[in-house]
Design a protein around this ligand. Structure first.
Ligand code: 5GP
Length: 201
């Protein structure tokens, strides 16, 4: 269906949920979903490339983008600003491509309010204890940072009632299959396919 507008798919989940691995595995081999690259004021981590993981911008540029209404949504997360550039998302959706946003809960809520048709997916580890274990086993964060991330996760859980789907990531392959199945199921919705029914007249 060439002229069908693409679907906007939003995935969120606490730091330590294994979100990036699951997204990567789910999108491997699918050419029907493209990833929206966000702008952020966070400094690049080793190995991150401008324009690939993020567009790395300074605070002045970020504020200018906000003032010019260039973001579909934007939010602060752990003292840095993040935003989804609107133009790319709109262009791809209009071309019929599905677009994936990996964003935190406040931004996801803004998207849900502006575009209620967006598919909202929340990914979590099997338990808070498991989340804590995963955060500790990374060995990269101070005790204070781990506590802050756990607190943030509890806040996100409490605010997550507008999501359509929950993926419990106890196994990355299984979780990736579930995510892929959600994307596929969204294609098969009655409203998207009902014009096929007319062909039997
Ligand atoms: P990180 O700094 O670890 O890459 O990302 C921190 C958090 O920011 C993650 O939960 C990620 O999903 C979220 N994030 C990344 N890009 C955006 C964005 O454009 N908007 C919002 N609201 N959150 C984002």
């Amino acid at each position: 269906m060439a002229n069908q507008r693409g679907k906007l798919i939003v995935i969120s989940g606490p730091s330590g949920a294994g979100k990036s691995t699951v997204v990567f595995k789910a999108l491997e081999g699918r050419d029907d979903v493209c990833f929206s690259v966000s702008a952020t004021t966070r400094k690049p981590r080793p190995g991150e490339v401008d324009g690939k993981e993020y567009f790395f911008v300074d605070l002045d540029r970020f504020r200018e983008m906000v003032a010019n209404d260039e973001f579909l949504e934007h939010a602060e997360y752990v003292a840095n600003s993040y935003g989804t550039p609107r133009a790319y998302v709109e262009k791809k959706l209009n071309e019929g491509m599905n677009v994936l946003l990996d964003i935190e809960v406040q931004g996801a809520l803004q998207v849900h309010q502006k575009m209620p048709e967006a598919v909202m997916v929340f990914i979590i580890p099997p338990s808070m204890a498991e989340l804590e274990k995963r955060l500790r086993s990374r060995g990269t964060d101070s005790e204070r940072k781990i506590e802050a991330r756990l607190m943030r996760a509890r806040e996100e859980y409490a605010a997550a009632d507008f999501y359509d789907y929950i993926i419990i990531n106890d196994d990355a392959d299984k979780a990736a299959n579930e995510f892929s199945a959600i994307i596929t199921a969204e294609y098969c919705k009655y409203d998207l396919r009902k014009n096929y029914l007319r062909e039997v007249d």
